[in-house]
Design a binder for this molecule. Structure first.
Ligand code: FAD
Length: 284
C-alpha cells in the first residue's frame, strides 16, 4: 500500500443517467445535497453499446451547467471509432477534463460488433485522438473480473490499460479490504504508478445488492449476508447496519493509505452523505 500514500486523496460520487423525468428530478436533488460536501467530481455511467447515450449526455450537460466537475463514463463495446470520436469532441466542448474509460457489458439482446474489444483499446484511442486533454480513469477489480481466466491474467490486462495511458483507477466495490491491499501490492510489484481508488457501495437493499454482486463478481462476506438476511424487510435496520459496516470499511481503507473513495450512490444521497460525514471527510 506504500505507493498509494503519495497521492492526494480524491473523493467522488457516481450517478446513473435517469430514464424518466421523475428520476431526473430525484437525481438533481441528490446532486444538490451531495455537492455541498465538495466532492472532487461526479461521474455518470454510460450503457454499453450507447444504450444510455442521450441520457448520459443530458445528465453531464446539466452537471456542467451547475459548475460541477464531471467525469462521464464511456463504455466502448459495440461502438464505432467515429461514435467515440464524436463523444470525445462533445465532451471537450463541454469543458470536461476527466473520463472513466470502460469496455462495458453488452445488454442482452443487443448485438456485439463495434471497433473495440477491450478497455485498453479505448484508452489508446482516446490518447491518440485527444492527446493529454483528458485525465483517464479505468476500472480495477481487487476480487478479479468475472471473465478473467485467472488473477495474474487480469492483473496483466489491467496493466495494459495503464500502459495505454490511464492516469488512475477506480475499483469495483468490495467488502473485504484485504483483497484490495493485496491487489494494490501486486500493482506495485508490476511498477504501476497510479492511484487506485476504492469504489464504495453503500448497503441499502439486500436483494438488489445480492443481484448486483452476483453479476459483477463482488463478494458479500457470509457474515454480512447472514446479518442482512436476518433483518428481512426491516429497512431501517438494514440501513443502520450498512452505514456501520461501510463506514468501518472506508475508515480502514483510508487508515491504510487508500487515495480517496468513489461512492456508488445509486442516485441516493442519504447513505453516501452519512458515511462521508461519519468519516469527517467534509472537514478535510
Ligand atoms: P476490460 O479492462 O477490457 O476487461 C474486461 C475483461 O477482459 C477482463 O476479464 C480482462 O481480464 C480481459 N481483458 C482486458 N483486456 C484484455 C486484452 N487486451 N486481451 C485479453 N483479455 C483482456 N459498465 C458500463 O456499461 N457502463 C459504465 O458506466 C460502467 N462503469 C463502471 C465503473 C467502474 C468504476 C467499474 C469498476 C465498472 C464499471 N462498469 C460499467 C462495468 C464494466 O464495464 C464491466 O465490469 C465490464 O465487464 C468490464 O469493463 P472493463 O473496462 O473493466 O474491461
Amino acid at each position: 500500500m506504500e505507493s498509494q500514500k503519495k497521492y492526494q486523496p480524491t473523493f467522488s460520487f457516481e450517478l446513473f443517467p435517469p430514464k424518466t423525468e421523475t428520476g431526473m428530478e430525484k437525481m438533481k436533488s441528490t446532486v444538490r445535497r451531495l455537492s455541498t460536501l465538495n466532492p472532487r467530481f461526479f461521474s455518470v455511467t454510460y450503457g454499453a453499446g450507447g444504450s444510455t447515450r442521450d441520457k448520459t449526455l443530458d445528465t453531464v450537460t446539466w452537471l456542467r451547467a451547475q459548475q460541477l466537475d464531471t467525469a462521464p463514463h464511456i463504455s466502448c463495446i459495440g461502438s464505432s471509432r467515429e461514435h467515440i470520436r464524436e463523444l470525445l469532441e462533445r465532451y471537450q466542448q463541454e469543458g470536461i477534463k476527466r473520463i472513466v474509460a470502460l469496455r462495458g457489458d453488452m445488454p442482452s439482446g443487443m448485438g456485439g460488433g463495434g471497433d473495440f474489444r477491450y478497455a485498453n483499446e479505448l484508452v489508446d484511442f482516446i490518447r491518440s485522438v485527444t492527446g493529454d486533454h483528458f485525465h483517464i480513469e479505468v476500472a480495477a477489480y481487487p476480487e478479479f473480473h468475472p471473465q478473467a481466466p485467472d488473477a495474474m491474467a487480469d492483473l496483466v490486462n489491467f496493466k495494459r490499460k495503464i500502459d495505454a495511458g490511464a492516469n488512475g483507477a477506480i475499483t469495483q466495490y468490495f467488502y473485504n479490504p484485504d483483497g484490495y491491499y493485496r491487489f494494490v501490492d501486486s500493482c506495485e510489484q508490476l511498477n504501476l504508478e497510479i492511484p487506485i481508488v476504492p469504489g464504495i457501495m453503500p448497503i441499502n437493499n439486500y436483494t438488489q445488492l445480492g443481484r448486483f454482486s452476483d453479476a459483477c463478481g463482488a463478494e458479500i462476506p457470509r457474515w454480512i449476508r447472514r446479518r442482512l438476511q436476518g433483518f428481512a424487510d426491516d429497512i431501517e435496520s438494514i440501513r443502520a447496519f450498512g452505514i456501520d459496516v461501510v463506514t468501518e470499511l472506508c475508515q480502514k481503507l483510508l487508515d491504510q493509505g487508500a487515495p480517496g473513495l468513489h461512492f456508488y450512490t445509486m442516485n441516493q444521497s442519504g447513505p453516501s452523505q452519512t458515511i462521508w460525514k461519519n468519516l469527517g471527510l467534509s472537514a478535510r
